[in-house]
Design a protein. Structure first.
Length: 295
């Protein structure tokens, strides 16, 4: 484990980080399953710090995050492809109000769900994803998803649109990722970043039991810190939305039961898998951004 003097804020570079909660998970016990997109072990995190200078909440102690994502297999993620497709389509519909055509790059593309929807909407779309297994699933659908860590030498083209949906909370270099996105945007291009809101009502109500506190999330942004990250990357916000998510009733039931005593949990009836529920708890931000003029 690094000492406090060795920890540097991922947003502003300050060394003034205060431990606000000791981690509930031993870093030596982690494996790729700990980083599953569908992980439901809410509240399990490594040591959580807050920066005195910029207020970013961030977890430290995990060495080489990328290796866990490269070997990640998440069959439950693919099982929810129908619901996730609706979710990504809705993100793209908002995006189309700002840019409705051109080359699109989806960062952290998973099995290509957003790429697939973007192609249907007329974009020339591709993605980049570290998980070998998820890339294989994308290729089975004949989708272009590059197996690489972003930023990558494999990705050098310019794009009219770059999407980063639920990405910057997962990486130990969020500003570098945003800088790389900026460098790949055309002069009039736009980007989309989606990330949980640590200042939201449910985050404050549930505290460390909030569903976004999990091993895979190592940064917890507020609107202020998101905008700070964008500015540092030479980007600026154009619009802010609260995105809506779509889940099967079965998936939601299982997630809600994580807050029940184990003796009260049960397997939901199969018919709930066919019911899709739109949900907006106003605990995530979707920000449309562009390159700042003159940069």
């Amino acid at each position: 484990m690094p000492s406090k003097s060795e920890i540097i804020c991922r947003l502003c570079g300050s060394r003034k980080l205060n431990l606000v909660q000791k981690g509930s998970k031993d870093c030596n016990s982690l494996n790729s399953e700990s980083f599953a997109i569908t992980d439901s072990n809410y509240g399990e995190i490594t040591d959580l710090y807050q920066c005195e200078d910029c207020d970013l909440l961030q977890c430290h102690g995990i060495n080489d995050l990328n290796c866990y994502y490269e070997s990640l297999v998440d069959k439950d993620y693919e099982a929810g492809r129908k619901e996730r497709s609706i979710q990504q389509m809705k993100v793209l519909e908002i995006l189309c109000g700002y840019k409705s055509s051109g080359r699109l790059l989806d960062v952290g593309a998973g099995s290509g769900i957003l790429v697939e929807q973007a192609l249907k909407m007329g974009f020339e779309a591709e993605g980049v994803e570290p998980s070998r297994w998820l890339v294989e699933k994308a290729l089975e659908r004949k989708l272009i998803v590059h197996n690489a860590i972003f930023p990558s030498e494999k990705i050098t083209s310019k794009y009219e649109v770059i999407t980063l949906v639920d990405i910057i909370e997962h990486v130990d270099n969020p500003v570098e990722v945003l800088c790389a996105a900026r460098n790949l945007l055309t002069k009039d291009g736009i980007g989309v970043v989606v990330t949980p809101d640590v200042d939201s009502f449910f985050a404050r109500l549930l505290k460390r039991k909030w569903w976004h506190y999990r091993i895979a999330h190592v940064n917890y942004f507020s609107l202020c810190t998101i905008n700070m990250a964008l500015r540092q990357a030479g980007l600026e916000s154009l619009a802010v939305f609260r995105p809506k998510w779509y889940f099967s009733a079965s998936y939601l039931a299982i997630r809600v039961m994580q807050y029940f005593p184990k003796c009260l949990r049960f397997t939901p009836p199969s018919f709930l898998n066919k019911i899709i529920i739109p949900l907006n708890l106003f605990d995530s931000y979707m920000i449309i951004f562009r390159r700042r003029d003159g940069l």
